[in-house]
Design a protein around this ligand. Structure first.
Ligand code: PEP
Ligand code: MG
Length: 755
């Protein structure tokens, strides 16, 4: 282009942009200079800046398009190519923009002569606040480096806009306010309830205030020091798992380690610093690339790894900020809504329950243990809300609507008032269940059903009285181990079990011995790396191989129940021999107490969980040896269908109300009844009224569930005629369908069963 100085190169451009910021002049004049400099640097005939204002992308400055169009041309988010870039928050490069189906012609701009277009979103804290576009007359292909260069410039522009340097105070307010539009996201209900509060990110995000470097060598040093400190931290976590890995799974750490040494990633960071960015801005720049790649990739494994890399970038920002151990659990606001990609139960337990109002997860399934713990704590949780973290700012108002499995971020006033109505309705519903507390759990045909609660935390003891349940059908002892920083000693265990037994009084408490492994990680136990932990060295397998832990626990239970009845069961038994071996350990502990002349329980009932299908084929050999059976449908479902219970992609793939699951359970229940051995359902399946109805139909008479389910399940069973349902279901076990949910719903409707 005649008369123009040669482009100054990326570093020179960033310096020039900083000078422009400091220059006098009106906002439009300064922005005009900015776009002129960018156009020259990118060797483009056109450079335009669109900023979001009143929900529309307004042309704020242009070099090359008709100047009359400035502040006149407006596009909706999603409209035209510029709107498309904003809607998808990703760059677009087109050699022939006008033939693109999204092209929206705006005659006032005079852009018809420009064929190629490269546009990138202007992002501030992960939110689109505008779009930066360059255009050329020729049909040219933009190179990858040009896209990256324009993204770097967009980042600097975002800083200028946010700091008010490129717009007067008034306009800035308009721009930043429109960038905080409300939105709603659908997810999956993991724990019911309603909550409103302020967003807290489980992995805190660091704000980058300064993007242009004053001193590039210094920024390089800072970057190198932060990378070294981050590598050391990851290594320490890997090498000393007994002290540092809190819920962090080892394979994620291994991935971190791999990326932390990845020369490609580090080279990109260095290049970004070389181009004139601060170390923090360089990390954001490269993180932006990862996010674009994530959007384009459908392979779940690769997406996971890119998400790990995204996490690692956040970690590096924490190191740059000098806060490598920053934890969101500290300084939690009083009404926190926690947002996380995924979370283990131990991590959830790190937070102060009184302050945590709700949780939103990008992943997670309803039978994952974090969901089970959340239900015990009555914390509403919505899972499977993809991409929510990138759209939320800490401090934003968030509504967690468990009734509709939805999350509202920065809700409009009508949503807030609907929320309050929801709370009132919910209160009324709970009051109704409380009023029905004394109603006996007897079906219409006169059968008394045992309704029990699942427990594991001391908070659950209150639930026993609130619900008037018949006892505790499943006491998950591992939860007490997970809430502590160190292994509870024998005396501490005895004290807990005694407190539970004493609180329950005449009501039975079925203690389950430690079920650790899988997604239940103890912070202080070395986690053995496994390909497939759900099917790995967990629960009774671990206990039989390392019996010291189980022995201490059995001793504590026996002492706690001295002079009373003790009910205990073993988790994940897959064959009769495992039960026999576990039982022998128990018998030996009893003998030991007797020989020491210490008091023992008056009666000991020993049972097993049925969670592994293989055990069902050994029932004739097992039943004479046990006092009772308890079915864990959460694990049973995952092993029956070979479908990981924690994988959100499989969460709805198979239905517990499938002919396979129901006929299997029907067969198991019949064998137990014939042998005169009680059988209880203690998995989450028994907690939903329709599923609970089906369980009664196929023969269960004992259901153990989270306390919140007792009211609705009791209401259901009091309206149910069991023989009628049993007869109806007898024709469905052989059905070839995926599920018989629809038929059961119809039965409930036609027979007035409240589900
Ligand atoms: C189950 O698997 O159904 C069960 C009750 O045990 P947990 O959910 O603790 O694995
Ligand atoms: Mg289980």
């Amino acid at each position: 282009m005649p008369g123009r100085a040669p482009p100054p190169g990326p570093r020179g451009l960033l310096r020039r942009l900083r000078e422009v910021m400091a220059e006098a002049g009106t906002v439009d004049e300064r922005l005009g200079r900015v776009v002129r400099n960018i156009a020259a640097n990118m060797v483009a005939e056109v450079c335009s800046v669109y900023l979001l204002r009143n929900d529309e992308l307004e042309l704020y400055a242009t070099e090359g398009l008709n100047p009359e169009a400035v502040h006149k041309t407006r596009l909706k988010v999603g409209e035209g190519l510029v709107g498309d870039i904003a809607a998808n928050a990703r760059p677009l490069m087109l050699a022939d923009a006008q033939t693109h189906p999204q092209f929206a012609y705006k005659p006032e701009t005079g852009e018809e002569i420009y064929h190629s277009l490269l546009g990138v979103p202007i992002l501030r804290d992960n939110r689109v606040i505008g779009v930066l576009v360059v255009q050329n007359q020729t049909r040219r292909q933009y190179a990858e480096e040009e896209v990256e260069a324009l993204e770097t410039i967009a980042m600097v522009l975002a800083e200028m806009v946010a700091s008010g340097q490129l717009s007067g105070g008034e306009e800035l307010a308009a721009v930043s306010r429109t960038a905080t539009m409300p939105f709603r996201a659908d997810g999956r209900l993991l724990s019911e309830g309603l909550a409103i509060g302020v967003a807290v990110l489980h992995e805190p995000r660091i704000h980058v205030e300064k993007t242009i470097a004053d001193d590039i060598p210094f920024e390089k040093q800072r970057l190198d020091a932060a990378v070294t400190s981050m590598r050391d931290q990851v290594n320490r976590m890997l090498e000393a798992p007994d002290s540092d890995i809190v819920g962090e799974s080892r394979d994620v750490l291994e991935t971190y380690k791999m990326f932390a040494h990845d020369t490609g990633w580090l080279a990109k960071l260095h290049q970004a610093v070389e181009s004139g960015l601060t170390a923090e801005a360089a990390v954001l720049r490269v993180q932006g690339d990862t996010r674009h790649r994530m959007q384009a990739i459908t392979d779940p494994y690769l997406r996971e790894r890119l998400a790990d890399l995204d996490d690692l970038a956040n970690r590096l920002l924490l190191h740059l900020a000098g806060k490598p151990y920053h934890s969101a659990a500290e300084n939690l606001p009083d009404n926190a809504i926690l947002l996380a990609r995924s979370m283990g139960p131990a991590e959830l337990l790190d937070y102060d329950r009184r302050k945590l109002q709700g949780v939103v997860l990008e992943e997670g399934s309803s039978v994952s243990h974090v969901a089970i713990v959340a239900r015990a704590l009555s914390i509403p949780v919505i899972g499977g809300v993809e991409g929510v973290i990138a759209k939320v700012e800490p401090g934003d108002t968030v509504v967690v609507d468990g009734d509709h499995a939805q999350v509202f971020v920065r809700p409009a006033p009508d949503v807030v008032s609907a929320f309050h109505q929801g709370v009132a309705l919910r209160r009324a519903r709970l009051a109704k269940y409380a009023a029905q507390r004394e109603d006996p759990p007897v079906t219409r045909d006169g059968q008394r059903i045992a309704l029990l609660v699942n427990a594991g935390l001391l908070i659950d003891l209150g639930h026993l009285d609130e619900t008037n349940a018949d006892g505790i059908g499943l006491y998950r002892t591992e939860l007490q181990f997970m809430v502590r920083p160190t292994m509870p000693k024998a005396e501490a265990q005895t004290a807990i079990y005694r407190r539970v037994i004493e609180h329950a009084g005449d009501r039975p408490v079925v203690f389950r011995t430690l079920d650790i492994g899988g997604d239940k990680v103890l912070p202080y136990l070395v986690k053995y790396p496994e390909e497939n932990p759900a099917m790995g060295w967990r629960a009774i397998r671990l206990a039989l191989d390392r019996p010291a832990l189980l022995k201490v626990q059995l001793r504590a239970m026996l002492e706690a129940a001295a002079g009373r009845a003790l009910y205990l069961m073993f988790p994940m038994i897959a064959e009769v021999d495992e039960f026999r071996r576990a039982r022998r350990l128990l018998d030996r502990e009893v003998q030991r107490l007797v020989s020491l002349r210490k008091p023992v329980p008056l009666q000991i009932a020993v049972g097993t969980m049925l969670e592994v299908p293989a055990l069902a084929w050994q029932l004739p050999a097992l039943l004479p040896l046990v006092d009772f059976i308890s079915v864990g449908s959460n694990d049973l479902m995952q092993f029956m269908f070979a479908a990981d219970r924690g994988n959100p992609k499989l969460a709805d793939r198979y239905d517990p109300l499938s002919p396979a699951m129901l006929s299997f359970l029907h067969w198991v229940v019949r064998q137990c009844h014939d042998a005169g051995k009680p059988i209880t359902m203690c998995g989450e399946m028994g907690s939903r009224p329709l599923e609970a109805m089906a369980l009664l139909g196929l023969g269960f008479r004992r259901l153990s569930m989270p306390a919140s389910a007792v009211g609705p399940v009791k209401e259901m069973l009091r309206s149910l005629d069991v023989p009628r349902l049993a007869d109806f279901m007898s024709k469905l076990y052989a059905s070839p369908d995926h599920s018989i949910r629809a038929q059961l719903e119809e039965f409930a409707r036609e027979n007035g069963v409240i589900v």
